[in-house]
Ligand binder design. Sequence first.
Ligand code: NAG
Length: 334
Amino acid sequence: MDRRIVGRGGVKRSKYIVPCFLFVELVIMAGTVLLAYYFEYTDTFPVHVQGFFCFDKAFSKPHPGPEDDSRAPPVLVYSLVTAIPTVTILLGELASFFTKPEAMQEKTIVTADCCYFNPLLRRIVRFLGVYSFGLFTTTIFANAGQVVTGNQTPHFLSTCRPNYTALGCHSPLQYITERRACTGNPYLITSARKSFPSKDAALSMYSAVYTVMYITLVWRTKGTRLTKPILCLTVLSLAVLVGIVRVAEYRNHWSDALAGYLTGGAIAAFLVTCVINNFQQTQSQLPPLPPPVHPPRPEPSLLNMPMVAMPCVESPLEKLSGPQVPGVLYTGIT
Ligand SMILES: *[C@@H]1O[C@H](CO)[C@@H](O)[C@H](O)[C@H]1NC(C)=O
């Protein structure tokens, strides 16, 4: 009886509401990509022009050459940022789809929003879709920060090459606000004004935090305890390394790299916890938990707290397979 009602509700919703949501999501996605494109490849949003102190040591580092000569070139960073989460999610979804019990698969199909849509495909599309949305959002955040602040890179003065005699610079305390103070290549000067926050650091940390949260929340490695921590720490240190290389090559200040880590990590954490519900099924599709068999203890408020928090950590479907699970939990706590 219960099942039929749920199934009918699912069919009804999939007919009208899901296409509408899909359309809205596609429009939002297209807008995000378009905005990222305008920030990245056009000068629709002009960069804020900041002045500088004469002979400022913080901005007088030698020019490190074009981005492609870096030890973390954009091609490498962007392909890793795309490939690592995609491969991780594909592997994890395929593995959990083919190893989970038969009954659970059937239940997922019956109660799904779109009955004609494979649950494996649904999960992959949802996780990768949210991932790419966050990737473009991170790009927009980083570009917007760079354009609004207009903080210079450490090699700004080597690129700008101001004529100090013409500007009348005598002491390092003089502040130059003149817009035509620079004599160097205008394209290079514009990119030397975009430093805060570091976009490469933000994208790497976004990708790493998303991947790490996926590995810790979804992957089940029963045999070894250290597989997941080692994978997570490797991915995280790769992301940190990107920022360190940028600082070491005088392409960014360390504060730019830190701000980039914060931006990317915060966007990934927000998307995973609030938008895709920690990679779990949505709660409404699950049958309610059976009431505990034992009578409540004298101090139930403290004892019940872990019970409330636990379904967030593991899939509640697994708990339901054993009928005496609440009893086991109670005896385990006391
Ligand atoms: C710097 O400005 C001075 C005075 O305007 C001029 O004589 C000199 O040639 C300029 N130097 C360069 C390298 O442009």
